[in-house]
Design a protein around this ligand. Structure first.
Ligand code: ADP
Length: 432
């Protein structure tokens, strides 16, 4: 697309115009000579007639030239100026400048990419597909008022675009005012996604809280009514109610932890902490669960301290979630291996990696990319039965992001899963 091509000029170049006058004068001169030769006209009259004809041929051209050169100096259409073209070309969003009729004067490369059918000096209405744009453009042209429209663009991928049309008043060469339209496009897709995620999150959180709440109020009704004097039922129901209340408390706890980590996401922890005692403390704390599930926790950790820049409380939550998941979902493997190694990324960044490996059923590959989404669970029933909230791995990811680390998930179905928390290594090499 010829985005940079200069507009065709309205006037023919100088030599062309002189040639036209010369031809007129030559023909007139020959005709007058013929009339004199044939005695139809006296030489004096022929000379006077030639002067008039020459005047008629040259003076309008001259006048025209004066007007033309004045307009050229002032700029026939000021918005066609190279400066305006450069401004449009330099705009970061797709931008198109149209004349009052909707004809394209300038467009930048981003606009040419967004709407490849747009051509300079052609009507934009014919090149734009979306009815929302065409309606907004028509209205802006008719009213010279700004217009906004939002539409879904399907090519090359689905994107929510916002279009703004701002009429710009432009002074004309002879003191009047004309309008042109500045049309800019803005990609709203990331904003929409965040908005959708927020709405989903609120819906999921309410649903997750409402389920145990409904169970609790159901049991309260039963205990106040039919099971009022049934001591055995009361014991059983109180046990279930306790489990539901614990689940609600855990969910609220996870939600608060998530929002705390998110709030401080931009501040990287700067305190040096030795992660070995943290991992050991988590392992010790989960021993009762491991014993209950008949799983052995094997720790393969170095003897010397391994320091990273970290937040102790958040690291406790992180390892607790990873090891607890391995014990809950990988119990059938009978063992969970926790190991620490140092490694270097493909970009050459040295890392401290803590891997939590189980030997359980593993996770099907299609679930892997979504595991860290809030409330995403491979099997909702299984997760609930294990007292899960669906927020654990999301919290892990956020904690790692804050630590400028990353989470690696590998799994072979039927052969367990490995969740690796990788942290950037601090300068002094502490892992041996
Ligand atoms: P939950 O509270 O449900 O455990 P998480 O965010 O911690 O939530 O985990 C999300 C889902 O990932 C779990 O519901 C489970 O389906 C799956 N998952 C996590 N860890 C493992 C694992 N070690 N083995 C198999 N599945 C796992």
């Amino acid at each position: 697309m010829a985005v940079e091509a200069s507009p065709p000029t309205m006037f023919s170049p100088w030599p062309d115009r002189l040639r036209h006058s010369a031809i007129v004068l030559l023909v007139a001169g020959l005709a007058l000579v013929a009339l004199v030769v044939f005695g139809e006209l006296s030489p004096t009259r022929a000379a006077i007639a030639f002067v008039f004809i020459a005047g008629a041929a040259l003076v309008p051209w001259r006048l025209h030239d004066v007007v033309a050169s004045r307009e050229e100096v002032l700029g026939v259409n000021p918005v066609e100026a190279p400066a305006v073209r450069a401004i449009i070309a330099g705009m970061p969003d797709p931008a198109v400048l149209l004349d009052r009729a909707g004809r394209v004067i300038h467009l930048n490369a981003a606009a040419a990419q967004l709407a490849p059918a747009l051509r300079k000096n052609e009507l934009a209405q014919f090149a734009l597909r979306s009815p929302e744009i065409i309606t907004a453009l028509r209205e802006a042209i008719a009213t010279t008022e700004p217009r906004r429209a939002t539409y879904l663009d399907h090519v090359p991928v689905d994107r929510w675009m916002e279009l703004t049309i701002a009429p710009v008043s432009v002074p004309t060469a002879f003191g009047g005012t004309d309008y042109c339209m500045l049309m800019t496009f803005h990609d709203q897709t990331p904003l929409r996604r965040v908005e959708e995620m927020r709405a989903d999150f609120v819906a999921n959180a309410s649903h997750e809280l409402r389920t145990p709440l409904a169970a609790l109020s159901g049991f309260i009704d039963t205990l106040q009514g039919p099971a009022k004097d049934d001591a055995k039922a009361r014991e059983r129901f109180l046990g279930i109610m306790h489990a539901q209340a614990t689940r609600m408390a855990r969910l609220i706890d996870d939600l608060l932890s998530l929002s705390r980590v998110e709030l401080s996401a931009h501040v990287r922890p700067d305190t040096l902490v030795d992660i070995l005692p943290i991992i050991r403390q988590v392992g010790d704390g989960l021993e009762p669960l491991a014993a209950e599930r008949n799983v052995k926790i094997e720790m393969d950790l170095p003897e010397t301290p391994v320091s990273i820049a970290g937040d102790r409380e958040e690291l406790l939550r992180l390892f607790e979630n990873l090891i607890e998941n391995a014990l809950k979902y990988g119990a059938s493997g009978g063992r969970v291996a926790v190991s620490l190694t140092s490694a270097v990324t493909a970009e050459g960044v040295p890392e401290v990696r803590v891997a939590v490996r189980d030997f359980g059923p593993g996770i099907a590959p299609e679930h892997l990319p979504r595991l860290t989404e809030r409330f995403y669970r491979v099997d909702v029933g299984d997760s609930r039965a294990q007292g899960g909230t669906g927020l654990g791995l999301s919290l892990v990811k956020h904690i790692l992001n804050r630590h400028r680390g990353r989470l690696l998930i590998e799994s072979v179905p039927k052969n367990g899963a490995t969740f690796t928390a990788a942290f950037p290594q601090v300068k002094a090499p502490s892992v041996t």
